[in-house]
Design a protein around this ligand. Structure first.
Ligand SMILES: [Cu+2]
Length: 274
């Protein structure tokens, strides 16, 4: 049984087990396949106008499947591990235990944003950036640099209160829950704002190079589940069919051959939230 927990409530051994599993998935080369898959998808999303992983309704089911696949790789290493979630409305400072050296390490140094402590510091020898968009071999962050604050709970509650999942034209800025959660006001709101707040690799198409990517998206995923619980009679996903250049409910989502939004609506066969 896979139970995803709030990262703030993890015990020291649970943190170590998660970190060790991530480092092992990295060591065997599988981690970088995920970074590459995200970069590839982001590039197609940006350049073709066919929005699958980002900027459209399938943002949520695409990332749900992406996290399930990654979690399965972690659990091949250690079946006790699951992806924790980071509630960035609560643990919203640079001093959060999330950024301590026994977990993800802290912000980057002023010179070049290089993360200098924790298990993912380049100097530790276990975390070289191989799939990138520039020449940096080290993990980079600059917490609270580009935008000083993380999204407030009031923004999350306002999104959760919206009764409609998504609406035409099913793109960036469409009315409804999905777009509000993804960040309809551009790179300074909601899910997008969190990427910007972390900065460094998290602000690029190779954002999964920073392990906080998984914790961020686990919380975004939990908010989708929370939204459904608040609106049990709303369509859990839209559009239902026949929409050009948009992933409809029963369309397959690349790169997977058999994964549709419909197949991702119920997360409970895969994991539950503590
Ligand atoms: Cu993201």
């Amino acid at each position: 049984m896979t139970v995803r927990k709030n990262q703030a409530s993890l015990t020291a051994p649970e943190k170590k087990a998660f970190v060790d599993a991530v480092l092992e998935v990295k060591r065997i080369g599988v981690y970088d396949e995920f970074v590459l898959a995200h970069r590839t998808r982001f590039s197609i999303d940006m350049n073709t106008g066919v929005y699958v992983g980002h900027f459209g309704p399938s943002f949520l089911p695409w990332h749900r499947k992406f996290l399930i696949d990654f979690e399965n790789e972690l659990r091949k290493i250690d079946p006790s591990v699951s992806i924790p979630y980071w509630d960035w409305t609560a643990d919203n400072t640079v001093g959060s235990s999330l950024w301590a050296p026994d977990f993800l390490g802290g912000t980057g140094r002023p010179l070049d944003d290089q993360v200098m402590d924790g298990p993912f510091a380049h100097s530790g020898g276990k975390w070289t950036i191989n799939v990138s968009v520039d020449s940096r071999a080290f993990l980079a962050r600059n917490l609270a640099y580009r935008v000083p604050t993380l999204p407030p709970r009031s923004d999350v509650d306002a999104a959760l209160a919206m009764p409609t999942y998504d609406s035409p034209p099913f793109r960036d800025g469409s009315a409804g829950f999905r777009s509000a959660l993804e960040g309809s006001a551009g790179y300074m709101s909601m899910h997008n704002r969190v990427h910007t707040w972390v900065w460094g690799h998290m602000e690029t198409s190779v954002s999964p190079n920073d392990p906080v990517f998984w914790l961020h998206h686990a919380f975004v995923d939990k908010l989708w589940a929370d939204w459904h619980a608040l609106h049990p009679t709303s369509a859990e996903y839209l559009p239902a069919g026949g929409t050009a250049d948009v992933i409809d409910l029963n369309d397959t989502m690349p790169p997977w051959p058999n994964t549709t939004p419909q197949s991702m609506l119920d997360h409970t066969p895969f994991y539950t939230y503590a």
